[in-house]
Design a protein around this ligand. Sequence first.
Ligand SMILES: Cc1cc2nc3c(=O)[nH]c(=O)nc-3n(C[C@H](O)[C@H](O)[C@H](O)COP(=O)(O)O)c2cc1C
Ligand code: SF4
Length: 372
Amino acid sequence: MASPAGVVDARFAALHAALARGGVGLQITGHMFVEGRGRYDPVQGGIHSDETVGPLQQATEAVHRAGGRIFCQLGHSGSQSVIPDEQPLSPSDVANVMHGRSVKAATVGEIERTLACYHDAAGRAARAGFDGIHIHGANGYLISQFRSPVTNMRDDEWGGDAVRRERFPIEVIRAVRAAIPSNMPITMKVGLRDITDHPQALTREQSIAGIRRLITTGLDGVEVSSNLMSDYVSGSIRSYVAVNRKRAYADLLYHRLLYSHGNEEAYFLADARELRAHTDLPIILVGGMRRADTMAGIVESGVADFISMARPFIRQPDLARRLLSGQQAIADCVSCNICLNYDGKDWLRCWRTPRARLLEHAFRRVAGVFKQ
Ligand SMILES: Cc1cc2nc3c(=O)[nH]c(=O)nc-3n(C[C@H](O)[C@H](O)[C@H](O)COP(=O)(O)O)c2cc1C
Ligand code: SF4
């Protein structure tokens, strides 16, 4: 939904307006890259230059007209970038745990320049009319790389022990805060643990001490997810959530008929519960939220204050209204992850509806558009 220069197009405003009309109270954009070398894939939108502001403003205005609110997610992919022509940066010259890309360790000057890019991007987001900033500090991207002992091997003021590994996200929060009005909220998606079998993987206990420092630096809310991940499907974007045999049959997932139960719903709930014991700050829970009663139970329990969904809204932009009105008890999305496989290669859509798209997908697979 963006030009080769990273400027979002009219589909971006239309998508977010549809979600607002569909009853989503607060939306968070996909991660917008804060500088060119932080871009993840070639179709991603950015907020790295002043020319991005106008089209983003059209989106915020469309959301506000529809009665919604929208935060801008600021991102930097670090060594997780899949663009071969970019020169990404990373805390250390360590192979990316997901796809093995190694990039040069950032100099102190490059780190400071990147912080300036976060600052400038946040200022643009405020000018574009966003209601808040959501910093992407999870899922293996640059902030996760600074926070993990697996990928941060530095021994200077940006790494070397648990406190110095948290310095980069702390400085990002400070840079963002300095660029926006004092009443504009800042939230952050954080990884509570590395989901890899690396012996040095960041643990929940190590991570929570760091997140507490991030919170006191000036966050207004935290979204719970994973830090480094070996791959998206075993990490933050798990498959076949809550898909029992009946749903598998109804949605043509015949290979799932072998399984009597679907995969776990609310798969970061234990992490959120652990974090809740350490903070009263609003917690946003994402990851496999599918049934209305599961979501209501989590909010009533006090573990999370906000329920966040991604894939279910790709399939049903009006899902929030349907769940809230009782018209539907469970999201239609079956977490097949076909949309994820096309991420960066085609525009965002559900490939199971209308049904003809499944056929198109099958042709493309045969033609080798992607390897699953
Ligand atoms: C196609 C696709 C793109 C995604 N892009 C982003 C992103 O830009 N920023 C982000 O924080 N999470 C992103 N995610 C992850 C989701 O925000 C969410 O954490 C994950 O899909 C689990 O939630 P769900 O079960 O509701 O889909 C993406 C997921 C998918 C499927
Ligand atoms: S393709 Fe459709 S059903 Fe499959 S995960 Fe994406 S939104 Fe859900």
